[in-house]
Design a binder for this molecule. Structure first.
Ligand code: FPP
Length: 271
């Protein structure tokens, strides 16, 4: 029967695709990116946000910096709406860096509290299929915060509409160093031949290896820096710097930037 034959062929193709993705995830990602970019009108699969400007937003209103971060949570809510409408698969939010420990303790504590409450703050989005992942180190975090972040992941694991990575206690160099240490330990105990270490293997050992490379990296507040954010995965990201302070950033602005992204020519080192 031709229809049965077509179904079987489709099934075989999806098995082969699954096997390819399991075996060569970087190669498959790169091929998909290249063909999308070559076709023009491409859409970002992974959008990452450096949410800067909360302190200045608060200072302009005579408010404490912590009010700026609270307003920042409201902006995240609007951005999640925009990203869901755009069908973005992965959205990463830089919430707390490994360098942010140097801030006043009241501010650090406020950011810890916002992280603890994070998944409840976006309950409506969870109902719409958002799942949360945590990208960052456990070092120096309290057991309460660690538990809350793991619980957020656990509670939302069935979500399939969009994956939101909370980059919390995250540092780009830190994750590269930790990955190198994992591989060095395996090599030292004879479990890994150093000769086979290449980029795809390294990427498979990064924390959250299923989080793909960043396609589009947005930083608000007019600053033009990467600030140690996802250094490995930002290798071929398209950068967008906007003057808006984070608490004023909206889902509609995100959607406009996604339209601008479609006009960028991505070459990944080729011509
Ligand atoms: C940088 O702005 C912002 C941060 C260090 C914190 C970002 C946190 C949020 C946007 C809250 C979101 C929280 C959750 C849990 C989703 P800044 O304070 O350095 O601003 P400034 O440069 O104007 O001082």
């Amino acid at each position: 029967m031709p229809r049965r034959g077509a179904r079987a062929a489709k099934w075989r193709i999806s098995v082969v695709k699954w096997l390819l993705r399991e075996t060569y995830p970087m190669a498959v990602d790169a091929a998909a990116r290249r063909s999308a970019a070559a076709g023009g009108g491409h859409r970002p699969r992974h959008v990452a946000l450096i949410m800067d400007g909360n302190g200045r937003w608060a200072a302009r209103r005579g408010l404490p910096r912590t009010s700026g971060h609270e307003a920042g949570v409201r902006a995240v809510s609007s951005v999640l709406d925009g990203a869901l409408e755009e069908g973005i698969e992965y959205l990463s939010l830089f919430i707390f860096s490994t360098e942010n420990w140097n801030r006043p303790s009241a501010e650090v504590n406020a950011l810890m509290r916002l992280a603890e409450e994070a998944s409840e703050s976006f309950e409506g989005h969870v109902e719409r299929g958002v799942r949360f992942w945590w990208l960052g180190s456990e070092a120096r975090l309290s057991p309460t915060v660690i538990r809350a972040l793991h619980e957020a992941e656990e509670r939302t694991r069935a979500g399939r509409a969009m994956t939101v990575a909370f980059c919390f206690n995250h540092g780009g160099r830190d994750e590269i160093v930790r990955t190198a240490a994992v591989l060095a330990r395996r090599a030292a105990t004879g479990g890994l031949d150093p000769e086979v270490i290449d980029e795809p293997l390294f990427a498979r050992h990064l924390p959250l290896p299923d989080l793909p490379d960043i396609d589009m990296l947005i930083r608000t507040s007019g600053e033009q820096r990467i600030s140690n954010f996802m250094l490995w995965r930002a290798a071929y990201a398209e950068f967008f710097f906007v003057d808006t302070l984070w608490p004023d950033f909206t889902g509609d602005q995100l959607r406009a930037l996604i339209t601008a992204f479609a006009a960028r020519k991505r070459r990944f080192g080729t011509v």
